[in-house]
Design a protein around this ligand. Structure first.
Ligand SMILES: NC(=O)c1ccc[n+]([C@@H]2O[C@H](COP(=O)([O-])OP(=O)(O)OC[C@H]3O[C@@H](n4cnc5c(N)ncnc54)[C@H](OP(=O)(O)O)[C@@H]3O)[C@@H](O)[C@H]2O)c1
Length: 300
């Protein structure tokens, strides 16, 4: 299949391009400021409608996977206008072009569309975002439903994995603890940590099977940041005493976080061959891959 992946340099987009190429797809990887490593590069600036049109023109995709977004939750809170332009208005343009060109659109969304009061959210639960990032992504979802003809909205939560420029939370914890440094970790925010390669494989199954509608594709374990940090320390036999359990309020973040935005993945468990994995399995894979990378090998 001919795929256009927006955000081809991002944590999710980069890995998605790699997995899709491995599966034999023709992958056009949209790049903005950072260059892409895998796929055929196509320039894209979401703030420019002509650039969106030109990316479609050059790649002529059968499927568009729209991962690009302004993902810095605190920056979105400080600059909601930019968040709405990138995450909502541009998504409407992406959706309109998908419809015009008969492409299947997959929009990558977030657990932050929920308010976090109840937790373990299902696809049928009503979103109610409590920060600008969540609202901008929800507006993106609304635009996809309104303008695209064939669409899927895939939500995930706190992705972790390996990226050339970004360190996700488990890797940050490993580095601090290995150096004997303490780490402040929130104990009162719960999510469904998602191992990026697992997410990408589930998503590509959704693409290949042309599954439409909303689907939650996160890890299958609900956990606080504290629980993730403790699990990492246990798996690597690092000093747990260096983990400092901290209330979220003490971290002085600009945007409010939902207290429990964990996702129920029963639907994915039921219908996909590639299943959501537990936190323990995902962390073991991450640790294995970090080790392989250090030893000069390839990641799996
Ligand atoms: N990270 C999370 O915690 C999280 C949680 C749940 C859901 N999600 C969703 O998952 C998706 C992927 O997230 P991620 O973690 O992979 O994000 P990421 O690593 O921050 O990557 C974002 C990508 O978007 C691109 N981008 C940003 N502004 C752009 C613009 N104006 N025009 C074109 N491209 C632009 C970036 O390119 P440049 O770097 O070159 O600007 C980058 O490739 C997002 O839709 C996000 O909402 C993320």
């Amino acid at each position: 299949m001919r795929l256009l992946v927006t955000g081809g340099s991002g944590l999710i987009g980069g890995r998605l391009c790699l997995e899709a190429v491995k599966m034999g797809h023709d992958v056009y990887a949209a790049e903005h400021e950072t260059s892409v490593d895998v796929g055929i590069p196509v320039k894209l600036d979401l703030l420019d409608a002509l650039s969106i049109e030109s990316a479609y023109e050059k790649s002529r995709p059968e499927v568009v996977i729209h991962t690009a977004a302004l993902t810095d939750v605190d920056l979105c809170e400080r600059n909601p206008e930019l968040a709405f332009r990138v995450n909502s208005d541009a998504t409407a343009q992406i959706a309109l072009q998908a419809k015009r060109r008969g492409a299947f659109l997959i929009y990558i969304s977030t657990d932050y569309v929920f308010d976090g009061v109840k937790g373990m959210y299902r696809e049928t639960d009503e979103p109610n975002p409590i920060n600008a990032y969540g609202l901008s992504k929800l507006k993106g979802e609304v635009a996809v439903k309104k303008f695209a003809e064939r669409w899927c909205i895939a939500r995930l939560s706190t992705p972790y994995g390996i990226h050339k420029m970004k360190k996700t939370f488990p890797e940050y914890v490993i580095e601090r603890l290995a150096k004997g440094e303490s780490v402040k970790v929130a104990y009162n925010q719960f999510t469904s940590p998602t191992y990026v390669p697992n997410f990408c494989r589930m998503l590509l199954e959704v693409v290949e099977r042309d599954m439409q509608g909303i689907i939650h594709l996160s890890g299958s374990t609900r956990a606080s940041r504290l629980e993730v940090a403790v699990k990492v320390a246990e798996l690597l036999n690092l000093d747990k005493a260096l983990i400092d359990p901290t209330p979220l309020s003490e971290l002085k973040l600009d945007a409010k976080r939902p207290e429990d935005s964990s996702l129920d993945v029963s639907k994915a468990l039921q219908i996909l061959k590639e299943k959501p994995i537990t936190l323990e399995i995902g962390l073991n894979m991450l640790i294995h891959n970090l080790y392989e990378l250090k030893a000069g090998g390839a990641t799996v």
